[in-house]
Write a new protein. Structure first.
Lengths: 470, 470
């Protein structure tokens, strides 16, 4: 156990025993650092760990406070959306924001991608050269769906190491995770069906629903523990649900992570109603701590969990290689893929198969996780310091997004326009719901640790937010 | 003018003047070769050219005969499908046949792909290495839709050289042509709409219609000149048509090529009814003769022609790089792409941009066209010699498919099963219609010129066909 973990353990016992009651302020970082003879950053790590566990919350410019009700206090500040299904319209806002993320002149606080300089692009290029050199022309058809066999075996192997039994023949290689997700949605739904998503949710899920003429049921999501299972259970009892599209690990945009027990309960609940789970698991490898979350697929006995993964966020941005573990829908998925995009780029598949076969991936991942974890702390501290009192921050245990809930008078759509003028892209909360929710929220990308513009940009955003108060 | 062209010219004048009346047999190859002091292959070339022009037809084991009515005699032997729309079901047959095309142990007569050894894979791999070496990480987002700018400029340049004005900004790079086609279909139709396709047509068009809940109107197609415009005109007057999905050049499976005047008429007819044309132009570069067909896009004044192209069939199989020139639908296409597969593989785009920038493409294409043209002649002669009397062959001027119409008692589904047992894949005619048509027809892939198994396999197929007669 590391020093900060020991310290966090000690304080969590103080909280649980009532010695530190609800509303009590934790001692300051400086004070604790002196009295415990540990560095200030160790204290910070400990307090953030307590925050991630839902025991304390940070109040900007004030400090850390014990939560009134650790299991419910972290829910979004404003009313959760009612669990009724609604038709979804594809909003121009999302496309406008996406368009800003490709402008190199903008500071990418609103970007959906981590910085490409975090990835072993040179090693991948060498793996590509080897992969193409050793490729006999006749083998090109071998990478047709379900895809490169060596690559599928490597993916199955990684699941096996994580304790999930997956047959390489059940894996379909796709053009990134987004294709895996949209194909999954297509094979398990028909126009008019209702699909459960988290609220807030990844905007691409809303777009995919809109395109397929589906209705969204947005269910509340706890910033620490993810989807509210009681709401899901009530919804399943009340109406027919064609599928759930969820992100149990490091949810985009909240950063929430479902505890293992919740995942087990989720899968068993869905199995009881025979509802497929489209399991968006693209951030699975980006856990900041030493252990990955347990995949929902681990609890799947009925082949109802369609786990979608990708190398785009953890290894090879732009290569467009993702996959879906298809369960009972594996054949339908393969056919849907053949009918829409036929195959996934052979060079990309070859390069990744070659890279994974020759090692180095785990070393890269360890370094990437450390970098993102450190940057998460840095960004959280900075945001805590800069943003106005009343602001709430998520405490993600993985990924590269912070979810910021400003005081409710703050308008992040207005902020988006103002920040753009200052050369900064942002992702306003409105992108993440089909309903007009989250208008005071912001998703903050901290995945560009080497970009010196990050800190000044955050200051600018904080100033713009403060000006809205005036 | 080459020798065979001079000879063909001379005989076409004899036919047009009536000196060689309908039903007359052309002099034999041997005879003509001796009397004209040209090689037998020159005579063959001349007769095939006459056939391609619709003036004569080959009767297997007999010779070439002047057609009764050069403009109509070449229509499919059996009744054309009535121009009523019908719902489309995705047939297992197509998937079963596709599954056989990846089996290296089978002779690929049924394959949809040309042999990968016809392509400059080593040069592409070198271009890939250069492209990835010179790629700064921050540039990876540059290849997001609409796609790599250098590549789009190169594609626009090729259109310009062919006399078609296309703005690079109107080009969307896709995951192969199939994605370009399916996205196009999505943006111009709604479920329940009717879409005109050729009969026979590319099975993927039927599958795409089925997936989107669209109805197919299969219109007759002349084996030499493509879609019957009178039928199209009558259909457009009678009912609402949401789009046409056509392949004016080297149609798959017929091999037909619309004459320039027909294209002009087609585009103007559709413009009058404001109907978009999904222009499947993937074989455009594979003309056997010196000149490419004029693209339908050249006549587009209203932005209604969505021309879809690809490098998969002419340069880089497996790289999955295609495109669509979107016309008035360019923005909708870009958004649809972002919502389904997000982006096209960056390495593939980089490699092609680099390859096209450094020359060699035209040299490769010239050699590829020569090879396919020669192989077309070889396959046509062989088929003419081997297949039973009453068989009719298409005379494609490009691509790598022959369309074979056996006598109507022949059952090519049965043939498919029998050929598979002999280690040969075939593409039975039934794949190419939603109606139970073309049961006696076969699409024959001649795009594997270096495969020594081709000739013996064709003999086996001929024997199996002959046995069905018994």
């Amino acid at each position: 156990m590391k020093r900060y973990e020991v310290l966090a353990q000690e304080f969590s016992e103080l909280i649980r025993s009532g010695a530190l009651p609800a509303g009590a302020r934790l001692p300051s970082v400086r004070e604790t650092s002196r009295s415990r003879r540990v560095s200030p950053s160790t204290v910070f790590e400990a307090w953030y760990l307590l925050q991630a566990r839902g025991l304390v919350e940070s109040r900007p410019r004030s400090g850390f406070y014990v939560r009134a009700d650790p299991t419910s206090a972290a829910k979004p500040a404003r009313a959760v959306p009612p669990p009724r299904s609604r038709a979804v319209a594809v909003s121009d806002l999302v496309f406008d924001v996406l368009a800003t993320t490709r402008r190199a002149d903008l500071v990418p606080l609103g970007s959906a991608f981590p910085s490409a300089d975090l990835f072993p692009l040179a090693q991948l290029a060498r793996a590509m050269a080897r992969g193409l050199r050793s490729l006999p022309p006749a083998r090109i058809v071998d990478d047709l769906p379900p895809g490169n066999e060596r690559l599928r075996r490597q993916i199955a192997l990684r699941y096996a190491r994580a304790g999930v039994e997956v047959d390489a023949d059940d894996i379909l290689i796709t053009n990134g995770a987004l294709e895996a997700l949209t194909l999954s949605l297509q094979v398990v739904t028909r126009p008019g069906d209702a699909v459960v998503v988290e609220s807030p949710t990844f905007y691409a899920a809303l777009q995919a629903l809109a395109r397929s003429g589906l209705r969204a049921i947005e269910l509340p999501c706890h910033p620490a523990t993810g989807l509210d299972l009681a709401s899901l259970s009530a919804t399943l009892r009340r109406q027919r649900v064609a599928a759930c599209w969820l992100m149990p690990s490091f949810q985009n945009p909240l950063g929430s992570t479902m505890p293992t027990e919740h995942r087990r309960e989720l899968v068993s609940l869905l199995a009881a109603h025979d509802v497929p789970l489209i399991d968006d698991d693209v951030y699975a490898e980006l856990h900041h701590g030493p252990h990955p979350p347990v995949s929902a697929k681990a609890f799947d006995r009925k082949g109802l969990v369609l786990t979608c993964g990708s190398f785009s966020k953890c290894l090879a941005p732009g290569y467009r290689v993702g996959w879906v573990v298809g369960g009972r829908h594996a054949q339908a998925l393969e056919r849907a893929k053949i009918m829409t995009t036929l195959a996934t780029a052979v060079p990309s598949q070859q390069a990744l198969a070659e890279y994974l076969d020759h090692g180095g991936y785990d070393r890269h991942l360890r370094s990437l996780r450390r970098t993102l974890g450190r940057q998460c702390d840095f960004a959280s501290r900075l945001a805590t310091r800069l943003f106005p009192a009343g602001t709430r921050l998520s405490a993600p245990e993985g990924g590269y997004f912070l979810w910021v809930e400003f005081p409710t008078h703050v308008d992040t759509l207005q902020l988006h326009a103002q920040a753009l003028e200052q050369g900064i892209s942002t992702a306003p909360g409105r992108m993440f719901s089909a309903a007009p929710h989250f208008g005071h929220c912001l998703r903050l990308n901290f995945g560009h640790p080497r970009d010196p513009r990050f800190e000044p940009a955050l200051r600018t955003v904080a100033d713009l937010v403060a000006a809205q108060r005036a």
